[in-house]
Design a binder for this molecule. Structure first.
Ligand SMILES: Nc1ncnc2c1ncn2[C@@H]1O[C@H](COP(=O)(O)OP(=O)(O)OP(=O)(O)O)[C@@H](O)[C@H]1O
Ligand SMILES: [Mg+2]
Length: 263
């Protein structure tokens, strides 16, 4: 457990550095992969960002790993009111920065030309934050975004009051597949018509089954409708949903899904 309490907020570089060393050596993070995660995720700069974020009230304690992925790790945290939050931290080193650059380039919201890897990752996280916000405000059930800074994004924790995160649809197939399918297609439609976005990586892996309600996550790569690859991504999303729900016993063609989204 890492406590980002007030007395630690004004740390000098040196103190942050030694705090990082303590994290590494004491294995303060819970979970089997503690040591690896701590040394990979909490480089000095990330630790500084976390301390700064602790001033926003959205984060006072980092308490355990939810997921360790290729590019980002997701942690469970507690805010100043002791409510759970989800903290997604991107690793600069292992990010697919070519892909990020490609997606960002076609997006009119990001005008600057980015060549620096760190800059690209920061823009990517900012894109995920803005996509979440747009989706959330359009009525799509996504985690509510709270704040993002550099490579760190803090959002609503999707899970029960004990702090158990909701499983993905892949891990927990729906009890009522048809109902779940209809909700997801409705959210795809809202995302398209209201938020004017295409998710771009939608599948049972990126939808949480929260007490039989779908919650769409991992929206960093989502593109605006006039992005050159928007159509291609929408078709792929429809194929993935059609395929995954076939396994759950709901038959529909990608074409039918696309019609429901666009008509
Ligand atoms: N807001 C949240 N609340 C609870 N759990 C979450 C939340 N966001 C993400 N998770 C968990 O973390 C996992 C990874 O999150 P996400 O899909 O956003 O990251 P990713 O970039 O796809 O990581 P990976 O490299 O593993 O694909 C999810 O499958 C889910 O289990
Ligand atoms: Mg994912």
């Amino acid at each position: 457990m890492i406590t980002l309490s007030a007395d630690k907020k004004d740390k000098t570089f040196h103190e942050i550095d030694s705090a990082l060393e303590r994290v590494k050596s004491e294995k303060r993070l819970k979970g089997v992969e503690d040591r690896r995660v701590a040394s990979e995720v909490f480089d000095k700069r990330t630790l500084e960002v976390l301390y700064k974020l602790s001033n926003t009230g959205y984060l006072s304690i980092l308490d355990g790993v939810i997921s360790t992925g290729k590019e980002a790790n997701v942690f469970k945290g507690l805010d100043d009111h002791d409510d759970f939050v989800a903290v997604k931290i991107y690793r600069i080193a292992t990010s697919d920065f070519k892909k990020m650059q490609y997606y960002i380039q076609g997006d009119p919201r990001f005008k600057v030309k980015m060549s620096n890897k760190r800059q690209v990752v920061h823009a990517w996280v900012n894109k995920e934050f803005r996509n979440l916000k747009r989706a959330y405000e359009s009525g799509v059930r996504v985690p509510r975004p709270f704040v993002s800074r550099e490579n760190v994004l803090i959002m609503e924790f999707i899970g029960d009051s004990e702090g158990n995160p909701a499983p993905t649809l892949k891990e927990a197939p729906p009890l009522h597949p048809r109902k779940m399918f209809d909700k997801i297609v409705y959210y795809m439609r809202l995302l398209y018509k209201m938020a004017r976005l295409v998710h771009g990586d939608l599948s049972a892996f990126n939808i949480l089954n929260f007490e039989e309600e779908p919650v769409i996550i991992d929206i960093s790569q989502a593109v605006v409708l006039d992005h050159p690859i928007a159509e291609e991504l929408l078709e792929r999303d429809a194929r993935n949903i059609s395929r995954d729900f076939k396994r759950f016993g709901v038959s529909s063609t990608p074409q039918e899904i696309l019609e429901k989204i666009m008509d």
